[in-house]
Design a binder for this molecule. Sequence first.
Ligand code: NAP
Length: 262
Amino acid sequence: MIFERDFYRRCGVATDKVLLVTGGGRGIGAATARLAAQGGWAVAVNYAANSLAADEVVRAIRAGGGTAISVQADVADEAQVLKMFAHVDSKLGRLTGLVNNAGVVDRAQPVAEQSVARWRRMFDINVIGSMICAREAVRRMGTAHGGAGGSIVNLSSAAARLGSPNEYVDYAAAKAAIDAFTIGLAKEVAPQGIRVNAVRPGLIDTEIHASGGRPNRVEELKAGVPMGRGGTADEVAQLIVWLLSDAASYTTMSLIDVSGAR
Ligand code: NAP
């Protein structure tokens, strides 16, 4: 089989940098996919349901001369994730970068009103989903598995240290789990040439707030941010793409805030 990667290589496009961005169709993931493509990454743009948004990111990357594909999978579903990685293998080649970006919040509620079903969804998508993807990435990147190393960036949140009382303590707890997972995995796979870091955004202007029932959340809370404003998805993407790059070659096990001092 001739990989699309080989086609692009013959065209002079450097595609030994193969990246999967989960939840890459919208928000921080979309900004990351676009910026990484500008940096020479061939990008697989994962989505759960919004194929139009993912296809638009792919279209924009290709229009700029980059390489991209879209791929559907619910990251909380192991079988779908395995299928997604196999698809990326066959279309782009061996993965060298993963951004575990797919994530959800739920409606603002005190813990006393939250259901177990809500908590399971919160952890299934935000924690287990990231862990399944990280495991599959290690199986491709790790030198013990015949890989050439790579970089994994996990999306945590400032919520992991703030706790998000009366809003989503469950989300904060899930992101704290991502921090611990990042620390442990970074130590475990450093000898295999894989760096693992987490980015902790603060209040970032994306559609995630509307999905939690508060479309104006950034406006409402920005006065409490020492910098006096919310951040943009592009500002977070800059850090993620740097962490993916060789410029961050000695940076691993880091939990880095992008929060305007929130
Ligand atoms: P967003 O605009 O709501 O986008 C979320 C993305 O995740 C969408 O592309 C969505 O796919 C995808 N997704 C959701 N559930 C999924 C699943 N089960 N499987 C695969 N993909 C799934 O969110 P965002 O604000 O960019 O957030 C991105 C990450 O940053 C999340 O991990 C979030 O927790 C974290 N974060 C955000 C903020 C903030 O203020 N925005 C702050 C701290 C941390 P579809 O397009 O198909 O729906």
